[in-house]
Design a protein around this ligand. Sequence first.
Ligand code: FE
Ligand code: FE
Ligand code: ZN
Length: 293
Amino acid sequence: MILGCHVRMTAPDFVEGSVREALSYGADAMMLYTGAPQNTVRRPTAQLHIAGARELMRENHIPSGNLIVHAPYLINPANSVKPEVAELAVQFLNSEAQRTHEIGAKYLILHPGSYTTSDEKTGIRTVISQLNKLDDLPVDLVICLETMAGKGSELGTSFEQLEEILSGLRSTENYGICLDTCHIHDAGYDVRDFDSVLDEFDRIIGLRHLHVIHLNDSRNPIGSHKDRHANIGEGSIGFDALYRIASNRRTESVPKILETPYIGGKPPYAAEIEMLRKGEYDPEKLNSLRNAL
Ligand code: FE
Ligand code: FE
Ligand code: ZN
């Protein structure tokens, strides 16, 4: 089971600190933002302790595919209403793709964007044309479009829509999919029957294009289009279904990344990873974080 979580990337140790944080939770995969998720201010990679991070990963037998970067969520390559927003997205993604590669990560997760006051068709056309402007993408870098919950005018809420975007992209080997369990549940897919979801994914997109799974429970019922993550076992997906996803043989080689909320200001990941590795739900593990002062 390749299991990891969202980790911080902050001074003084930056990416090396991110890897160390993940290891402290018993993780063998990790996802980070190269700066604040809500802005595009970024430090030069020379300051990010990349050599130390690589060394730590090598010592712990963690391949580069298990180190994942998430693009900031404010960039919107689907915005045709304000073309400068979509252009900023392209500009930023060009440098983010380079940074991701320099950090030594293989996957860059990207929200396909929102069409705002336009319409779905125009939004899809806009993401495709903007992403096709990216130049010099590193050969072994894969930008993974994330499945979305369908909040507001979000794109990426169905496998069909994602397939439509993928099929319009020129540099096909540079693109793939990140499947977020909370998001597809909120979008209306019944992830409790994960094998059927994978069958559908395979039929429409092709399982070989699935590179990362975001493993999150959801605070809301199926089809709610809300996108509020819950801790493992505490939401409407539930522990058993999430464990079946984490241990599914067909996605064995796909890293699963937790993006569950902190509890009482503390990361819940060590407890959640332990429960998933054991296949045993223990609500007390999370409650003890909640009740600690
Ligand atoms: Fe995301
Ligand atoms: Fe996600
Ligand atoms: Zn989400």
